[in-house]
Every structure is written in structure tokens, then in C-alpha cells.
Write a protein that binds this ligand. Structure first.
Ligand SMILES: Nc1ncnc2c1ncn2[C@@H]1O[C@H](COP(=O)(O)OP(=O)(O)OP(=O)(O)O)[C@@H](O)[C@H]1O
Length: 358
């Protein structure tokens, strides 16, 4: 069985902007895979290439072995996408929006109805089935986006910041729904700015920056890349930095009565540090261990040193709005299916492309 996603040397240029710059990534079937990256890293562009909303300018991309361009329908039918934007037809009851969506992907009329009901039940808004999208609350809209992604019973569920701006309770509800789906075998690709979300849910995380992969690892492996801080509080201020001999120690600093020891795993060096301090005449009273968070590792791995960064990001932010809607302005709107989709899909993801490129 081919992997859920395999991309090699993937490139996308928007005029002068290199949104994807030789991205290599493999998402195994059945995994819960997180995609992290700072604003403008290329996450949405990557997703849009997979679902056929943006045409790549180089490299190779396939979904369950289907080339995203040469076998667009095969790739697209395997994917359920919950995009960042609420790109939903607002004039129909939500159950009809789901029927249309299922029908577009070849699901029969009778099955479409059943699937729509199941999807709405799963996300907890079945009682709202006759309501138009606009009349749903913000939280229900987020639930609906997930239902719409599920209605085709996809093998690969792509969630682009599914919990952005939702309250804690809904976030936990959505986590439960997607965790259940993953347990049932659905591969999940999740982009998020909530590091805690990636840490809790994902079995593997890819960090991308400037359109390239920085690293792929489990959340645990990533946090191990950072260093912890062990603080030892003494009975009196230290006059000088004690010499601590242990190859696991990366650095020692002193601040009054606090000695801070940086090490890959602070808890492992506690006995050795205390023993050495006591041998040098210090009296430790208390200790505190601060573990590196995935967030710190992430910031470290994606930190940009040059000062031009802020300016570059500021410019990015306007284009980002377009990116998330799947348009492709600088290329004159060369999206793969901006024009190619039938009316039955015009209420869906691809309609946005057409609208946005007007
Ligand atoms: N339609 C477009 N036209 C021109 N430039 C674009 C377009 N879409 C995206 N870009 C640029 O491509 C780069 C990658 O954008 P993309 O939206 O894919 O990043 P992202 O990682 O999804 O960001 P965010 O986390 O802010 O959603 C950015 O520099 C962005 O400005």
C-alpha cells in the first residue's frame, strides 16, 4: 500500500515568491501527522497542491499513489478537506450542502443522505441539519467544516487549523472526533499553530519553513532536541560559577542564590550536580526542573536570524489571506480546477478558487 502522501522536490512559485522550495515529505497510511511552520511557511500551499487547488511548478506529489495532477480525481476522492476558511455555500440547508458534496464525489443519492446524517451526528450538529450555514454559531460552523470533510468517508482527512479561534470545550470535542477517526484508520494531516494540539494528538510532526522541511520527528523526539534547565537554590548567593564536570551538562549560569544548569535531560543530572555542589561547599536547599517545550524547540528550529524577516512576513500576511482561499494570483489564476468543476461542486472548496480569482 502506498503512503497516504508522498511528495518529492515539491515546488510552487507565485511570481517571485518561492512558497514551496523542494519539499520532501512522506505521510504513512494511518498516521496522525502534524504539519507545523511559522506563518508563510507554505503549509496551505502544500495542502492546496494536494487537493488540486494550486498547480505545482515542480516536483512530484501523490495521494495513496495517485498523482495529484495526472490522476486528480483518484487523489481528490481520497481526501476530505476542512480548510481554514468558511468557504461554504450559504444559501442551502447544511444537510443539502453535504448531499451536494457527496454527490460530486460520486456517492449515490441514497448513500449521500445517509452519509450526511452520519457526518452531522458525528460532529454533534444533526439537530441543525435544516439550518443554513450563515445561521450557525461560530463553533457550529467549525463543526460543520469537519462534517463536510467527512461526508465522502475519506481515507485522508486534511485539517487546516481546525480549531483556530474555538473555545476550549469545542477544541476538546473536535480532538475527540478526529482521534476516533484516526483510531478507525483514517490518516490525518493536521496543520496547527497550537503546539499543544500537535503534541497531544500527533504521532509524527513535520516542521517546515520557507517551503522546505526542517525536520520530521515524534513530538517526544523533538522536545528531546532542546535542553532542560535545572535550577538549584542555595542557602546563600554564590560568588562564582561552580565547575560542574558532566558531559551531559551544556552550560551553567549563576544568578544570586540560583545556579542554573542546562542539560538535555535535567532530571538525569540532578544527583551528579548536587553531589558536586556539596563537595565544593555549597548548600543546596531546593531544586526546580524546567523541561523544554515543543514550542521552544519549534521557535528555535524556525528562528530567522536576518533582520529583514519582519518585513518579509509583513508582506506575506496580505498574500496569506489569498493563499488560504486557494487563489493563485501571481500566476494569473492557473489553479488546476478553477474552471473545471461541475456546478454540483460550486458550493464547495473549489468554488472559492473561482471566486477569489475574479
Ligand atoms: N496566491 C498567492 N499569490 C502570491 N503569493 C502567495 C499566494 N499564496 C501564498 N503566497 C505566498 O506563499 C508563501 C506561503 O504561503 P502559505 O499560505 O502557503 O503559508 P502558510 O504556512 O499556510 O501560512 P499561515 O500559517 O499563515 O497560514 C507566503 O509567502 C505567501 O505570501
Amino acid at each position: 500500500m502506498p503512503p497516504a502522501i508522498r511528495v518529492e522536490g515539491l515546488e510552487k512559485e507565485y511570481g517571485d515568491v518561492q512558497a514551496l522550495d523542494g519539499l520532501d515529505l512522506t505521510v504513512p497510511e494511518g498516521s496522525f501527522f502534524g504539519l507545523l511552520g511559522p506563518n508563510g511557511a507554505g503549509k496551505t500551499t502544500f495542502i492546496n497542491v494536494l487537493v488540486g487547488l494550486v498547480r505545482k511548478t515542480g516536483g512530484h506529489a501523490e495521494v495513496f499513489g495517485n498523482d495529484v495532477e495526472d490522476d486528480y480525481q483518484g487523489a481528490r476522492d481520497a481526501i476530505g478537506l476542512a480548510p481554514q476558511e468558511f468557504n461554504v455555500d450559504r444559501f442551502f440547508p447544511i444537510k443539502e450542502v453535504l448531499h451536494h458534496k457527496a454527490g460530486y464525489h460520486g456517492v449515490s443519492e441514497a448513500d449521500a443522505e445517509k452519509r450526511a446524517a452520519e457526518a452531522l451526528k458525528r460532529v454533534g450538529i444533526y439537530d441543525k441539519r435544516d439550518v443554513r450555514f450563515d445561521w450557525l454559531s461560530g463553533g457550529m460552523k467549525r463543526r460543520f467544516m469537519l462534517a463536510r470533510a467527512l461526508v465522502t468517508d475519506p481515507d485522508l482527512l486534511i485539517l487546516d487549523e481546525p480549531t483556530a479561534g474555538v473555545d476550549v470545550e469545542l477544541r476538546h470535542d473536535l480532538w475527540e472526533v478526529i482521534t476516533d477517526l484516526n483510531d478507525e484508520g483514517t490518516t490525518i494531516l493536521l496543520t496547527t499553530h497550537y503546539i499543544e494540539e500537535a503534541e497531544r494528538l500527533c504521532d509524527e510532526v513535520a516542521i517546515i519553513d520557507s517551503g522546505r522541511k526542517v525536520t520530521v520527528a515524534t513530538p517526544d523526539e523533538l522536545t528531546e532536541k532542546g535542553s532542560d534547565t535545572l535550577t538549584v537554590y542555595l542557602d546563600a548567593p554564590a560568588d562564582e560559577t561552580p565547575a560542574l564536570d558532566d558531559e551531559r551538562i551544556e552550560g551553567v549560569t549563576v544568578e544570586g542564590d540560583a545556579i542554573r544548569v542546562h542539560a538535555t535531560s535535567a532530571s538525569e543530572v540532578v544527583p551528579s550536580v548536587l553531589r558536586q555542589l556539596e563537595a565544593q561547599g555549597y548548600t543546596p536547599l531546593d531544586i526546580d526542573i524546567e523541561r523544554t517545550s515543543l514550542e521552544e524547540v519549534f521557535v528555535d528550529l524556525t528562528r530567522r536570524d536576518d533582520e529583514s524577516t519582519d518585513g518579509a512576513r509583513a508582506e506575506d500576511s496580505t498574500a496569506d489571506d489569498d493563499a488560504s482561499a486557494g487563489t493563485d494570483e501571481s500566476n494569473g489564476g492557473d489553479d488546476v480546477n478553477a474552471d473545471g468543476d461541475t456546478a454540483s461542486e460550486t458550493s464547495d472548496d473549489e468554488r472559492v478558487t473561482a471566486e477569489a480569482s475574479r
